[in-house]
Design a protein around this ligand. Structure first.
Ligand code: HEC
Length: 139
């Protein structure tokens, strides 16, 4: 009679914990890689600074009207959410989404659509470039 193999409950638990830990590590690694790539792409597209842009969305009231992922307290519902704006085909439903158009929209939306409800916020062109950089990092 061969001896029955005894698997200890503790070793099963430890193996599972180990597998979960490895999985979480791989996931975190990919998250960091994708975030870095999205940031590099946004910088290349706009030549702006996404970190500065994120802060500017608070200063110019964007966050009061829009929900913006990654910006604390930005849960406005006056305009559409800016989540996934990089993948949207049109800006304001009227102009093809490109870096230049987005920057222009942020600086002066009524120069693109005179009837839009979004006001000019007084943001400068250079600042709009930074904000566009941040918006293009959003997935
Ligand atoms: C007073 C409210 C208000 C403020 C402040 C505001 N927006 Fe808007 N925004 C809107 C509205 C309303 C729309 C929808 C306009 C339309 O479709 O014509 C809009 C549209 C947009 C769009 C196009 C979204 C899409 O899905 O097509 C972008 C991008 C945008 N806003 C960015 C910003 C940024 C960046 C700021 C800050 C500099 C800002 N907005 C400030 C109200 C606002």
């Amino acid at each position: 009679m061969p001896k029955p193999i005894r698997i200890r409950r503790r070793s099963v638990f430890l193996s599972l914990a180990f597998i979960v830990l490895i999985g979480a590590g791989i996931y975190a690694g990919y998250e960091i890689k994708f975030t870095r790539e999205a940031k590099a792409r946004a910088v290349a597209l706009t030549m702006g600074d996404p970190d500065r842009g994120r802060d500017l969305t608070l200063r110019y009231g964007c966050a009061g009207c829009h929900t913006i992922p990654g910006v604390p307290g930005a849960q406005g519902n006056v305009g559409p959410t800016l989540q996934g704006i990089a993948a949207r085909v049109y800006i304001g439903g009227v102009a093809t989404n490109s870096p230049d158009t987005l920057i222009q929209w942020i600086e002066n939306p009524r120069s693109i659509d005179p009837k839009t409800a979004m006001p000019m916020t007084g943001i400068s062109r250079a600042e709009a470039r930074d904000v566009a950089a941040y918006l293009y990092t959003l997935r």
